[in-house]
Design a protein around this ligand. Structure first.
Ligand SMILES: C[S@@+](CC[C@H](N)C(=O)[O-])C[C@H]1O[C@@H](n2cnc3c(N)ncnc32)[C@H](O)[C@@H]1O
Length: 258
């Protein structure tokens, strides 16, 4: 399933893994706590008693570790080896048990078992530049759920993003020393609902700034598109509750395995 687009995503997250906390202004551990708490509340409201979770785009473990800390049995998978390596180290550092392995969410056959809950949080699906890959991925997520299991996906509000096409996301700053700044540029395509993300990581050094650039691509996946993919995959009760927040500023889709 590899392609130049796929390699770009893997390379981006491999290279950015050591700096990932920068996306949270250095307060990554607070995000782990906050998102774990929000997800736990959502999961228990929707599927009381749920205990096992597959996080199929876990990255460095923001949600996977947050849920494991709350007593869930968590398996985290991702395509970035470096992100998974950091997830393992963070889990160990925080005294949390969870297991992590490489898997592309377009093919989860290598992940054993079925889970009460499958999650994919913080804009992972929109890395799928080919629209046909979205129903494939959602079908794979469903294949890892027990009957009656719960799917939770969070992503940027792309219906709104498509209207605004903002060229910049708010910068993040870590006081340091050394001070570190993350600048996020969004260069939208003229002919497709896609954009190139440029992360500029600035680190203060000897009175000047070192700059590293990380680049990847996103496609604006709308609510209608993801709802259609979930229906195609065989989910029922597909909803976008407006009163739920897991990752700040993102919309949450939940669906039940038939
Ligand atoms: C913005 S990060 C979010 C990571 C994690 N959920 C968090 O909030 O820390 C998106 C993640 O999706 C992963 N990803 C992108 N495409 C994927 C795919 N086809 N299969 C599995 N993971 C993928 C990336 O490697 C990255 O770790």
């Amino acid at each position: 399933m590899t392609s130049p687009e796929h390699e770009l995503v893997v390379g981006f997250y491999d290279a950015f893994a050591p700096d990932y906390d920068l996306a949270y202004g250095g307060n990554w551990e607070s995000a782990v706590e906050r998102q774990g708490k929000a997800l736990d509340a959502l999961i228990q409201d929707e599927l009381a008693g749920a205990r096992s979770v597959l996080d199929c785009s876990c990255g460095i473990g923001t949600q996977a570790i947050g849920l494991a800390r709350r007593g869930y049995s968590v398996v985290g998978t991702d395509i970035s080896e470096r992100a998974l390596e950091r997830a393992r180290n963070e889990a160990e550092r925080l005294g949390v048990e969870a297991s992590f392995a490489v898997a592309d969410f377009r093919d989860l056959t290598c992940v054993p078992g079925r889970f009460d809950v499958v999650i994919s949080c913080d804009n992972a699906l929109p890395h799928l530049l080919e629209p046909a890959d979205v129903p494939v991925a959602v079908t794979q997520m469903r294949s890892k759920l027990r009957p009656g299991g719960l799917l939770v996906i969070t992503m940027r509000d792309f219906d709104e993003a498509l209207r605004e096409k903002a060229p910049l996301a708010p910068p993040a700053v870590v006081a340091g020393p050394p001070r570190r700044v993350l600048v996020r540029l969004h260069d939208w395509d003229d002919d497709r609902p896609c954009y190139t993300v440029r992360y500029l990581v600035l680190v203060e050094k000897d009175g000047g700034w070192d700059i590293t650039e990380h680049t990847t691509r996103y496609r604006a996946v709308t609510r209608d598109e993801l709802t259609g993919a979930a229906a195609f995959a065989g989910f029922r009760e597909i909803r976008w509750p407006i009163n739920r927040t897991v990752v700040g500023g993102q919309r949450v889709m939940i669906a039940i395995n038939e």
